[in-house]
Design a protein around this ligand. Structure first.
Ligand code: FUB
Length: 322
């Protein structure tokens, strides 16, 4: 089998997969059709809850269990809409769900919710992570136990509004009067905007340091340029450690690729290495790379089962090539 649709009964996307206590858990976004027309700012991705799935055994063949809702938008005091990509990390026997949502001012922030079991239920903190912005958090636990959060996403994910961790543009700046979009991204010949990375505090609820640029470089060591749409970062950060190297994998957005870059340190710079997945049916592409039972897998999504509707996506898994 080349790839498996993991959960045909429902539309889910943006998988983050981890083995906790010997069982594989998958934390996806829970897609739904809210009747919102497709828009460049991604408002049609109007999700209101999270589920968790689990698998005992081979991810390519074993049954998948849906444990139901683990966090609902109504349970997040600061969030107004759009529960987007999430990830879960274990710390001292408790489980921390990191997620993206829009606050009351329609600004994306990152939130934390805590549970005693991987299956939840998760209880959200009353406020978003101080100093957080944009979308798509992933948390990597290093060999020494230190945990790092990487995040960011362009266009609807609002990363282009920020410089040096400060919002320097407003929503109105995202589209110029002549209709030009993404005017806030650097010019094609300049270094691309970077995903961010920060070590987490010991309680897992905050940044222990100002987020840094996670720089992706080309074969010469130069930062990837903003005009290099086949290699520049767009969204969907994921960090994993394999064969003695840190890997940063990500989506290129409008060129619909999943790419992989490698480094000797968790902060980078990460050298562009290869394409992990060619374009699939549907606009977004998002993934994680996870070791299960000694084998490596690529979890991702596509929109084939919904007939290509961008906001109704289906989870997939395949063995990681190479
Ligand atoms: O699911 C909503 C958004 O679509 C995610 O946050 C992005 O990574 C893209 O997959």
């Amino acid at each position: 089998m080349d790839a498996r649709y993991l959960f045909p009964a429902d539309y889910m996307a943006d998988p983050s997969a981890h083995v906790f206590n010997g069982r594989l858990y998958i934390y996806p976004s829970h897609d739904r059709d809210a009747g919102i027309p497709e828009q460049d700012d991604g408002s049609h991705f109007d999700m209101v809850d999270y589920h968790v799935l689990s698998i005992d055994g081979d991810p390519m063949t074993a049954p998948v269990t849906d444990h139901g809702v683990i966090l609902d938008l109504k349970g997040v005091p600061w969030a107004k809409r759009q529960l987007w990509d999430s990830d879960v990390a274990e710390r001292n026997g408790r489980y921390y769900l990191y997620f993206s949502a829009k606050d009351r001012d329609d600004v994306f922030r990152l939130g934390v919710a805590v549970a005693d079991r991987p299956e939840g239920p998760f209880v959200a903190e009353p406020e978003p992570i101080a100093g957080s912005y944009s979308i798509d958090p992933c948390v990597f636990t290093d060999a020494d136990g230190a945990q790092y959060i990487a995040f960011g996403g362009l266009w609807g994910g609002q990363l282009q509004r920020y410089r040096d961790n400060r919002a320097v543009y407003t929503a109105a700046d995202d589209t110029l009067p002549d209709g030009t979009r993404c005017a806030l991204e650097p010019a094609d010949g300049e270094p691309a905007l970077c995903p961010k990375i920060a070590r987490l505090t010991d309680d897992g609820k905050g940044f222990a340091e100002p987020p840094r640029d996670l720089v992706i470089v080309d074969e010469t060591g130069a930062p990837i340029k903003a005009g290099d749409h086949a290699r520049r970062f767009f969204e969907a950060s994921w960090i994993y450690f394999k064969d003695g190297k840190y890997h940063f994998s990500y989506s290129t957005g409008d060129t619909h690729l999943l790419c992989d870059a490698v480094s000797d340190t968790v902060y980078g710079p990460y050298r562009f290495a290869r394409v992990l997945l060619e374009p699939q049916i549907g606009w977004t592409t998002h993934h994680c790379v996870t070791e299960v039972g000694g084998k490596w897998y690529l979890f991702h999504h596509d929109s084939a089962p919904s007939g290509g509707r961008t906001h109704l996506r289906s989870l997939k898994v395949k063995p990681l090539a190479g």
